[in-house]
Design a protein around this ligand. Structure first.
Ligand code: PAF
Length: 283
């Protein structure tokens, strides 16, 4: 498998593909790959000739230094896992911080029409400026035809759609369904850091989301939110950071339900020191 760490090399490699009229699907990741990532790669290969998988723990999107330091970095096993999908049609782009940020590791500031102030934006200061900065840079370097993102980070997905719309970046953004463990826990690179007692407790998050969805059929958003708050109030291991029912498009919390709109429930929970997020479509 080809692995590039330098900008000019990946640029040349992609240019060579384009000259041969081959299409490129990009899957941006921060590594510690799991089955959820592999589904994105498989989809990218179904819809394109080549998949470029970036593996880069992006410092500017972390508001918490410990989280950045402890974020798993497993390039060797990531490459092995990707080889189980294809040995020939995947290119790994694993830049160094120095090379991609040209020695200036700071974020640009973005206006995502308010999407950036909701949920994760409230709890993770500067996070979406960091995501916007790196994804924009990836798109400039790799210039993929399509790019694939998981719906687990649904707010990120909406923000990236906004980014390409605002900057007129010619890439089609494809959102892919959340991939779950058999017990319902949304797959995440952070799951590997869960101690076993938290790992056993964590499926409660999705179970609660599913019940919230049923309740939303007959109850107001406030009532459902109150119910979810209560479920976590006395939980020994899981600490609720937020549960919000929001408009799928604007991501603003729903005030009064309208059957002309679609909604989604979003949740962030601490399992010990590990922060887990999840979401579910409500209609
Ligand atoms: O979702 C992620 O893993 C990251 O936020 C992304 C999109 C790769 C940008 O660093």
């Amino acid at each position: 498998m080809k692995i590039y760490t330098e900008k000019h090399k990946i640029i040349n490699a992609v240019e060579a593909l384009k000259l041969k009229n081959l299409s490129v699907g990009m899957v941006p990741t921060m590594g510690a790959l799991h089955q959820g990532h592999l589904q994105l790669v498989i989809r990218a290969l179904k819809e394109n000739d080549v998949a470029v998988v970036s593996i880069f723990v992006n410092p500017t999107q972390f508001d918490n230094k410990t989280d950045l330091e402890k974020y798993p970095r497993t390039l060797e096993s990531d490459v092995k896992l990707l080889e189980t999908v294809s040995e020939t049609d995947i290119i790994v782009y694993a830049p160094t911080v120095e090379d991609i940020y040209d020695g200036n590791t700071v974020s640009e500031t973005f206006d995502f029409d308010g999407l950036e102030y909701e949920m994760e934006g409230k709890f993770r200061y500067g996070h979406f400026d960091g995501v916007g900065t790196i994804v924009k840079r990836f798109f400039e370097i790799v210039a993929p035809n399509k790019a694939y993102f998981g719906e687990k980070d649904f707010q990120q997905l909406q923000i990236i759609k906004k980014l390409v719309e605002k900057y007129r970046i010619p890439v089609k953004i494809v959102g892919c369904e959340i991939h779950r463990e058999a017990n319902g826990l949304a797959m995440s690179s952070r799951n590997t850091r869960l101690e076993s007692k938290y790992k056993n407790a964590a499926p409660f998050i999705y179970k609660t989301l599913k019940t919230a969805k049923t309740k939303f059929g007959t109850k107001s958003a406030n009532k459902v939110t109150e119910w979810v708050d209560n479920q976590f109030k006395n939980h020994d291991l899981l600490k609720l950071e937020y549960f919000i029912i929001a408009d799928t498009k604007t991501l603003k919390p729903v005030k009064r339900k309208s059957n002309k709109k679609t909604y989604r429930a979003f949740i962030a929970v601490y399992a010990g020191e590990i922060r887990l997020i999840d979401n579910i479509a409500l209609n």
